[in-house]
Design a binder for this molecule. Structure first.
Ligand code: C5J
Length: 226
């Protein structure tokens, strides 16, 4: 059974039983001062607008039995999964693995690496730890999705043009139908956010669909069967 979600470039036929809501990197390191995002010189407050819409879709997905998956970008404490190019890049005073106010930056187990309390995973919801920007690279995400018969993804999280877009492209090439949550994604650069969303659904859906959280919630709640 599919339900209709009003989306760009045209309606998305969502099958809740074959869908996963993938929340990307809603970690303290990206949305709170003193983390990785701030170390790169960004105004992290810009990302907080996505928290409420993601929370609303998260509640609707949980209520309607849609699989929820969380991802976290980060590295092993010994940095053995951090490639040199990623480690060296940039001219910043603080780098991945350095000490910060929330513990070592972007390191698994540190406070900053954890998912924010508002969107904290419930028991049973897979949490994917990823060393790269894409959620498929060097993770077991694809195995988990295939094992559960998932063919469609609703993507949310941060940042729109980096980890969300990389994951969108990886998923698209693997044959998943993707819908990006317009207000459930955010960027430190509002113009990149807008462009990334436009790129996702340009050319009649080159990578997929884009819709606001309200459209997804309304479709799940009313269950307009198509
Ligand atoms: C970045 C991410 N921007 N989660 N990571 O480095 O988008």
């Amino acid at each position: 059974m599919t339900i209709s979600v009003a989306a760009r470039p045209y309606e998305f036929k969502l099958d809740p039983a074959r869908t996963a809501f993938v929340i990307i990197d809603m970690q303290r390191d990206f949305v709170e001062p003193g983390g990785f995002g701030a170390a790169l010189g960004n105004d992290v407050s810009k990302l907080r607008a996505a928290i409420e819409p993601i929370g609303a879709v998260l509640a609707a997905c949980r209520a309607h039995g849609v699989l929820v998956i969380h991802t976290r970008e980060g590295h092993r404490p010994d940095l053995s999964d951090l490639n040199g190019a990623k480690h060296r890049r940039g001219r910043f005073a603080t780098r991945i693995g350095d000490d910060g106010p929330m513990g070592r930056i972007l390191i698994r187990g540190a406070e900053g690496h954890e998912i924010i309390s508002e969107l904290f995973p419930e028991p049973g919801e897979p949490v994917i730890d990823k060393p790269g920007k894409g959620a498929f690279y060097a993770t077991d995400l694809e195995t988990i999705l295939r094992g559960r018969g998932i063919t469609q993804l609703i993507l949310a999280g941060v940042t729109t043009e980096v980890c969300v877009h990389t994951t969108l492209r990886e998923a698209n090439d693997r044959g998943f139908e993707c819908l990006v949550l317009e207000d459930g994604t955010a960027s430190y650069f509002p113009e990149f956010h807008r462009a990334a969303l436009d790129m996702a659904c340009a050319q009649d859906g080159i990578f997929g669909w884009v819709a606001p959280s309200a459209a997804v919630i309304s479709a799940l709640q009313t269950g307009a069967v198509t």
